[in-house]
Ligand binder design. Structure first.
Ligand SMILES: [Mn+2]
Length: 309
């Protein structure tokens, strides 16, 4: 894999569509690394306007949505499936990820489903290859870890995670900057959306499941975005009796986006597998086209009930 990277003339680093910090942070860290030895490296994301919240990441302004035609190697980060790349690319591909549902679509696949973030997979790869992590890389890797563990609140945070955080801070990661950008920079629109979502929330199956439904009218009245809904479904899982939180968002062009959160007892990724979804045990998602919202909510709630014992 190293020799493939060394011999390539134009490497393209791919963050998934509508990237989160883990995906784009991984790509930015690798970009920083490759810039030390290569002249032609491209930071690519198929989404033309990326959430400005991520602008604290190094090289954010270098990200382009134009895929270079002379690329001879692509490296994807945090993309569980080939379709997440958002482009058609036939050449050599290295796939760095931590999703249980990863489809191993690369020429080389660097997957660790026990890692809490793709930046953790990447960090361990850098350490194993004795590649020096500079300050920019450290900050990007740290940001991905911080976001995917929701500020280290994930119960699965292990010694390895805190050791990684410690080394990255020593290497120049800025904890205060990352926390400020990721957790303390909410928009008023997201607060308005959250208030309405919580008002409409339904608690079902003896208080063990929370259901949040968002339609297009709510986006229009609040001015908020899909990503703002996800923060609410994450938070709802912290309700004392709630084991699973289900978010169903009506999409503009038809169909729904489903996000499922689990306290870990039920495997969310497995539950959404039959709907073409994927993710992790505790967080999973699916895009389901051509369905009636009411029907799909009913069906998924029945699926969840079957798993609750
Ligand atoms: Mn991730």
């Amino acid at each position: 894999m190293l020799s493939l990277i060394d011999s390539s003339k134009h490497v393209v680093l791919i963050a998934h569509e509508h990237p989160d910090v883990d995906s784009l942070g991984s790509a930015c860290a690798f970009y920083s690394h490759l810039l030390r030895s290569k002249t032609k490296v491209t930071l690519f994301c198929a989404t033309p306007s990326i959430d400005q919240k991520l602008s604290f990441l190094p090289w954010f302004d270098e990200v382009t949505d134009k895929f270079p035609s002379d690329a001879d190697l692509a490296i994807s980060f945090d993309c569980g499936s080939y379709s997440r790349l958002g482009i058609e690319y036939e050449g050599e591909l290295i796939n760095f990820d931590h999703h249980i549902s990863n489809e191993y679509y690369g020429t080389y696949n660097c997957i660790d489903t026990n890692a809490l973030s793709t930046t953790q997979v990447l960090y361990e790869w850098f350490v194993a290859k004795t590649i020096k992590i500079n300050g920019k890389m450290a900050n990007a890797l740290y940001a991905g870890l911080l976001d995917d563990t929701r500020c280290f609140s994930a119960p699965s945070c292990t010694n390895a995670v805190f050791d990684m955080a410690h080394s990255l801070i020593q290497a120049g990661a800025n904890h205060a900057l990352c926390v400020e950008a990721l957790f303390h920079s909410h928009s008023l629109a997201s607060f308005r959306l959250k208030a309405e979502m919580l008002k409409r929330m339904k608690i079902v199956h003896d208080g063990r499941v929370a259901l949040l439904e968002v339609d297009q009218a709510l986006f229009a009245s609040s001015g908020a975005f899909l990503r703002d809904c996800k923060a609410v479904v994450d938070e709802v899982l912290s309700l004392k009796t709630v084991q699973m939180a289900l978010l169903v968002v009506e999409l503009k062009r038809g169909g729904v986006k489903v996000s499922l959160r689990s306290d870990g007892v039920i495997n969310a990724a497995e539950l959404l597998h039959c709907y073409g979804g994927g993710g992790h045990r505790i967080r999973a998602g699916a895009r389901i086209m051509d369905v009636d919202v009411e029907e799909i909510v009913k069906t998924i709630l029945i699926d969840i009930q079957k798993e609750l014992v």
